[in-house]
Design a protein around this ligand. Structure first.
Ligand code: NAD
Ligand code: TDX
Length: 343
C-alpha cells in the first residue's frame, strides 16, 4: 500500500535530503512538503523534482491550524522537522524560535488530533541532541542516551526541548502515535552556509578566513544527513509509539580537528584560521550513544565515515557554487558581527 507523507520543513537542509532519499528508497511513497520558506528554506534545493508526480510543495506555516489539519487528513503519516535551527540566531533573537519550534509544534499536534481522532497516523518529531545540554571534555566514556535528563543551554535548544516535552505530553494525555528523535550534528549537501561546515568551506572557496569560536576544543558528533534520513525512515516505519530514539554518528571531532581536515582537503593552511570571540554559552561536547536504535530498529550509520564523507561533502560545495552563492547573502554574518564583533 502506498504511504502518503506530510513533511514539514522540507525545503531546508535535512528536509530536502529526506524528500530525495524517501522518493528514491520507497517507490510506493509520496510526499507533501509544507514549508513557510524562511531564510533557510530554499525551493531550489528540490528543483530537480519539478514534475515529479509523487512530490507536492505547499507554501504555508505550521502555525496555520486549518491548513495543517487539511493536509494531515490527506496523508497517512507526518514527519515534523520545520524549525528555526541555528544556535547563533537564537542568541540574537529567541522569539522566532519560540514561535516556530514551540507554538508551531503544539499547533501541528492539535491539527493531528483534529485530523486523526483515532490516533492511527504515525507522527515523527525530529529533534536534536542539544536538548540534553553538554558533556565534559575529560570524560569521553559519557554520552547522551534516551534516559539523559533535558538541560538545554541555548534559546534554540530550550525551544526544541519545549517541543519534545509537548510531544511527550500529547502522547501521555491523548495517546497520539508519536516518536521523537534526538540527533547529533548533520553534514552533507544543501546545508545553509551559516552552519560550520558549509560556512568554512564556502569561505575558503571565496578566499576568506574561517572564524573558529573560542579555543576550538568544542566537540561535535558528526552524522551524514543521509544516515539521518535512513534512521528517520526506520523510526517512521518501525518505531514504537511514545518512544524516543537517539541518533548519532559515533564520530566525535573537535572543531579544531574538523577545521584542520577541511583546510587539508582544500589545500589551505593554518593561516586561514581566525580565532574569534566565543559563542555565548557555547556547549562543550555532544556525543550520542545510539545503542537503542541499533538494537530495536537495526539502524546504524554507514555513510558518515571520515575523511571520505567529509571530502565528498566539500566536493559538493565546490561543484555547486551557484546554489550556495545565492543563499550566502552575507546578511547573517554582518548581523552577528554587529552584536558581538570578533569575526
Ligand atoms: P533548516 O534551517 O535548514 O530548515 C528548516 C526548514 O523549516 C526551512 O525550510 C524553513 O523554511 C522551515 N520552517 C521554519 N519555520 C517554519 C514554520 N513556522 N512553518 C513552516 N516551515 C518552517 O534546518 P535543518 O538543519 O534542516 O533542521 C531540520 C530539523 O532537524 C530541525 O527541527 C532541527 O532542529 C533538527 N535537527 C537538525 C540537526 C542539524 O545538524 N542540522 C541535527 C539534529 C536535529
Ligand atoms: O562560525 C562558526 N565557528 C565555529 O567555531 C560557527 C557557525 C560554528 N562554530 C562552532 C560552534 C559549534 O561548536 O562549530 C560547532 C558547530 O556549530 P553549528 O554548525 O552552528 O552547529 P551546532 O551549534 O553544533 O548545532 C547544530 O547541530 C545540532 C545545528 O545547527 C542544530 O540545528 C542541531 O540541532
Amino acid at each position: 500500500m502506498s504511504t502518503r507523507i506530510l513533511l514539514t520543513g522540507g525545503a531546508g537542509f535535512i528536509g530536502s535530503n529526506f524528500v530525495r532519499f524517501v522518493l528514491r528508497e520507497r517507490p510506493d511513497c509520496s510526499i507533501i512538503n509544507l514549508d513557510s520558506l524562511t531564510y533557510s528554506g530554499n525551493p531550489e534545493s528540490l528543483s530537480d523534482l519539478d514534475g515529479e508526480p509523487r512530490y507536492r510543495f505547499v507554501h504555508g506555516n505550521i502555525l496555520d491550524l486549518e491548513l495543517t489539519t487539511e493536509l494531515i487528513k490527506e496523508c497517512d503519516v507526518v514527519v515534523h522537522m520545520a524549525a528555526e535551527s541555528h544556535v547563533d540566531r537564537s542568541i540574537i533573537d529567541a522569539r522566532p524560535f519560540i514561535e516556530s519550534n514551540v507554538l508551531g509544534t503544539q499547533t501541528l499536534l492539535d491539527a493531528l488530533r483534529r485530523a486523526d481522532p483515532d490516533n492511527t497516523k504515525r507522527f515523527v518529531h525530529v529533534s536534536t541532541d542539544e536538548v540534553f545540554g553538554d558533556l565534559p571534555l575529560d570524560q569521553l566514556e559519557v554520552k547522551f542516551t534516551e534516559a539523559t535528563p533535558f538541560a538545554p543551554s541555548s534559546p534554540y535548544s530550550a525551544s526544541k526541548a519545549g517541543s519534545d516535552m509537548i510531544v511527550r505530553a500529547y502522547c501521555h494525555t491523548f495517546g497520539i502515535n508519536a516518536c521523537t528523535t534526538n540527533c547529533s550534528n548533520n553534514f552533507g549537501p544543501y546545508q545553509f552556509p551559516e552552519k560550520v561546515i558549509p560556512l568554512f568551506v564556502t569561505n575558503l572557496i571565496e578566499g576568506k578566513k574561517v572564524p573558529l569560536y573560542g579555543d576550538g576544543k568544542n566537540v561535535r558528533d558528526w552524522l551524514h544527513v543521509e544516515d539521518h534520513c535512513e534512521a528517520l525512515l526506520a523510526v517512521l516505519e518501525k518505531g514504537a509509539a511514545g518512544e524516543t530514539y537517539c541518533i548519532g554518528g559515533n564520530n566525535e571531532r573537535s572543531n579544531l580537528e574538523l577545521t584542520h581536515s577541511i583546510l587539508a582537503a582544500m589545500g589551505k593552511d593554518e593561516s586561514s584560521i581566525e580565532y574569534v570571540t566565543d559563542r555565548l554559552g557555547h556547549d562543550r561536547r555532544y556525543a550520542i550513544d545510539a545503542t537503542k536504535i541499533k538494537r530495536d530498529l537495526g539502524w546504524e550509520p554507514t555513510r558518515s565515515a571520515w575523511p571520505g564523507a567529509l571530502e565528498n561533502t566539500i566536493k559538493w560545495y565546490v561543484e555547486n557554487e551557484t546554489w550556495w552563492h545565492r543563499v550566502k547573502s552575507g546578511e547573517y554574518l554582518s548581523y552577528y558581527e554587529k552584536q558581538y564583533g570578533g569575526r
